[in-house]
Design a protein around this ligand. Sequence first.
Ligand SMILES: Cc1cc2nc3c(=O)[nH]c(=O)nc-3n(C[C@H](O)[C@H](O)[C@H](O)COP(=O)(O)OP(=O)(O)OC[C@H]3O[C@@H](n4cnc5c(N)ncnc54)[C@H](O)[C@@H]3O)c2cc1C
Length: 498
Amino acid sequence: MTASPSEPYDLVVVGAGSAGLAGAVTAAELGLSVALLDSTTQSGGQFYRHPAPALGAVRPEALHHDWSAFSDLRRRLAASTVTHLTGHHVWSVVRESGESGAAAGETGETWAVHAITGADGTEEQPVRITARALLLATGAYERQLPFPGWTLPGVVGAGGAQAMLKSGLVLPGRRIVVAGSGPLLLAVASSLAAAGARVPAVVEAAGYLRYARSPRALVTNPAKAAEALVHGAALLRHRVRVLPGSAVTEVHGTDRVEAVTVSRLDGDWTPVPGTGRRIACDALAVGHGLVPQIELATAVGCATRALPDGTLGLALDDLQETSVAGLWAAGETGGVGGAELARTEGELAGRAIAARLRGRRADPDPGRGVGPGRVGELRRRRDRMRAFADVMSAAHAPGPGWPAWLEDETDVCRCEEVTAGRVREAVTELGARDARTVKLLTRAGMGWCQGRMCGTAVACLAARGGTPEPPAERRPFAVPVPLATLAALDERATEQNL
Ligand SMILES: Cc1cc2nc3c(=O)[nH]c(=O)nc-3n(C[C@H](O)[C@H](O)[C@H](O)COP(=O)(O)OP(=O)(O)OC[C@H]3O[C@@H](n4cnc5c(N)ncnc54)[C@H](O)[C@@H]3O)c2cc1C
C-alpha cells in the first residue's frame, strides 16, 4: 500500500540496517504503507555493508556470516510496497497534531520527518515526510578513547576498517594491529586477515573471563559462543595473537603509523609500569565499543536507560515503543547487541505498530508473560539476546584507569584540537565537573562530530576517577544541516509522500 501525496504514510522507518529492514518489510506485509529512509545508497546498515555494484565484487557475501538473513530481507523489500528512499539524511523528527484528519493512530497525531538528500547530504534538498507512526533504527557509532598518537594517519576505527573492507574492498594497511575492546575486534581481525592483511595482534583491554560470571546468558545463547569460536579458529589459522588485559598506549611514527606500544593493564585499565613493548605495524584499527545513535529520539524527549558499559540506550517497553507514544525503536538504539537481535526487534516493532494502527493488541494475552504466537516467540528471543548483550556490555566497560594513557599534549577533541592538559585544567583549576562545562570552557565537543568522538573521554576526565555521567546525546540536529537549508525550509520543503 502506498500513501498518496496528501496523506501521511502509516509508518516511516529511519535506518535500513538489520532492524529497520525487518521492521519495514514486516509492517508492509501486514498491510501498512511504509517509507524507509537511509542516509546511505544501499540497504544493509553496518553489518551488511557490501561493495557498490560498480566495484564488480563477484562474491559480496564472502566477508559476512549470516548473509542469507540479509538476502531474505532484501528479497522481501523488493517484493514489497515499501518506498525505499536512499541518500536521505534525517536531521529531525517532530510530532505534529493530526489536522489533516488522516492520522488515525491511537495518539491522533502525525510525525514529520525532516531530511536532506544526496549521497553525503550535499544535494541539500529539504524533504518533509509525514507518518502516523515512526520507527527509529539508526544503529550505533564507534566509541574512541584517545592515547598519544591516535590522530596519526594510519589509525582508523576498528568498525571503520571493517567498513572500508566491506564496502570499498580496501585495507587500511598491510600490517594492522587491531585494538580496543569488544567482540567487534575479533570479527574485524578475522576479516582483515582473511582479506590478506598481516595482523600481528588483537589487543583487548578487558579480560574474556568476565563472561564466565554470567553462565546463564552464555548457555542460553550458544550461537554467540559458536560465533566466537569461528573467529577464534580463523585467528589461529592466520596466526594472530590475542592479548587480553592489554592496550595500545602509544602510536609511533612521523607521517604515519610505524609501530605501537602495547602495555599490560591492571583490572582498572591502568597500564602496569614496565610492561610496554613495541609492535611494528603500518596501521592500527582501534575501537572501544559502540554507542547507540539516539539523537533523533532524545530530541523529542524519549527516556533513556544507562547501559552497563556507561553509554545510554533508549528505554523501551516490551513491544519496542519508546516513552513517547507513537515512536518505536529497534536494534542498537536500545543497546548494542548484534544483527540478529536487531532483526528480531525490528520485526517485533513492525508487528506492534501494525497492531496499534489497526486498533488491535499485538500481544493478545500480556498478563501471561510472553504471550502466544509469533509476538511471544519474538519477545522471548529478544529477551534472551538482550540478556547476553548486557553481559557483553558489562564485560567491556572501560575501566576508570584508562586516562593514565594520556599525556597532557594528547589531543582529546580532535575537531577543535583540545588537549588532555586543557581538559584537566578546566577540571582541576576552573572547577568543571561534567562534559558540558568542559565544553563551554575549552570548546571540546563543539566541532563537526559534535562530541561523538571525544564525549566519553571528556566525561571520564571531568569525573576525575568517579563514575562519569553518560553524554546526554541531546542534539537539536542529528546530522549537520546547512544554514541555507534551514532558512529556506518554509518555502521549499516538499511534501514527498510518493
Ligand atoms: C562502524 C561499524 C561497523 C560494524 N561492523 C560490524 C561487523 O563487522 N560485525 C558485526 O557483528 N557487527 C558490526 N557492527 C555492529 C552492527 O552494526 C550491528 O550489530 C547491526 O548492524 C545493528 O543493526 P541496526 O539495524 O541496529 O543498525 P545499523 O546496521 O547500523 O543500521 C543503521 C542504519 O541507519 C542509518 N542511519 C543512521 N542515522 C541516520 C539518519 N540520521 N538518517 C538516515 N539514516 C540514518 C545508517 O546509515 C544505517 O544504515 C558494526 C557497527 C559499526 C558502528
